[in-house]
Write a protein that binds this ligand. Structure first.
Ligand SMILES: Nc1nc2c(ncn2[C@@H]2O[C@H](COP(=O)(O)OP(=O)(O)O)[C@@H](O)[C@H]2O)c(=O)[nH]1
Ligand SMILES: [Mg+2]
Length: 247
């Protein structure tokens, strides 16, 4: 792998999972990790610090204390990541739902795209250990988002992603308004409107075995409203400024 990549991992109560995930990621040369921990009551932050000591220079930790949130954690992590000398910035969940062995496929696809989505909903994509209710909800959510926003990606809610740092750096990170899953949808929508080239590669998503999901009713409600908010918000819909003619 010639491209250097920084993987941002938001964590909230993932102490059993984070050592396994980081061990998997450390197998890939050129990959570094930034854990963004929201002051997890189970001590994930301290576990991540210890991993940082074991993998000096490859694993670092950002400890957040104010306003817990998935989207907020990503924004803080991304602001730090775009100032680092890396080619690619990746996103993945800490709960082992995203297999670190599949990261090289996302990285390879970024050679021809600004943003790569690890997709459950293209041929070759799979989901393991979900109850029927969760399948139906996720399929419905994706059909709904695609219909309302006209984004053409098949898996709009996947949190396994890889960005070219240069493309991510152009997005208005301070103006994102959503936080749960909707944060992922908002980023995808804004990237699409700004002309980012978006690719998908198939992944196998495995439901977590340790710890608990943080999906709440509030998160689901936000997801129902976000697509409408996005298409009616001039800022989210803004296209990138045209390139100057006489550079
Ligand atoms: N920093 C931070 N991470 C979070 C928060 N909520 C969820 N996460 C992390 O985001 C990832 C996905 O969350 P998860 O609960 O597994 O969502 P699910 O896979 O949709 O059920 C995991 O790594 C979580 O630890 C939060 O409020 N703050
Ligand atoms: Mg999960």
């Amino acid at each position: 792998m010639n491209q250097s990549a920084l993987v941002i991992i938001p964590t909230y109560n993932e102490r059993a999972n984070i050592p396994v995930l980081i061990a998997g990621l450390m197998q890939h040369a050129g990959v570094r990790v930034l854990v963004v921990d929201d002051n997890s009551p189970d001590g994930t932050g301290a576990v991540a610090e210890e991993l940082g000591r074991q993998h000096e220079g490859r694993v670092s930790v950002l400890h957040r204390t104010a306003n817990r949130g998935f989207g907020r954690s990503y924004i803080d992590g991304m602001k730090q990541a775009i100032s680092e000398p890396v080619d690619l910035i990746c996103q993945m969940d800490a709960d082992l739902s995203h297999d670190p062995a599949q990261l090289p496929a996302l990285i390879a696809a970024a050679a021809h795209a600004d943003m790569v989505i690890g997709s459950r909903y293209i041929p070759g994509g799979r989901i393991v250990n979900w109850p029927m209710k969760r399948h139906v909800l996720s399929r419905f959510a994706n059909a709904y988002i695609r219909a309302v926003t006209r984004v053409s990606a098949h898996d709009c809610t996947s949190g396994y992603r890889c960005w070219k740092r240069s493309a991510l750096a152009k997005l208005p990170l301070d103006r994102f308004f959503s936080d749960g899953y909707s944060f992922l949808v908002e980023m995808l929508f804004v990237a699409h409107r700004r002309g980012c080239r978006i690719a998908e590669v198939p992944i196998t998503f495995v439901e977590r075995r340790e710890g608990e999901s943080k999906v709440s009713r509030a998160v689901l409600l936000e997801s129902a409203i976000t697509p409408w908010r996005l298409i009616s918000n001039p800022e989210s819909s803004r296209k990138a400024a045209p390139a100057p003619r006489n550079p």
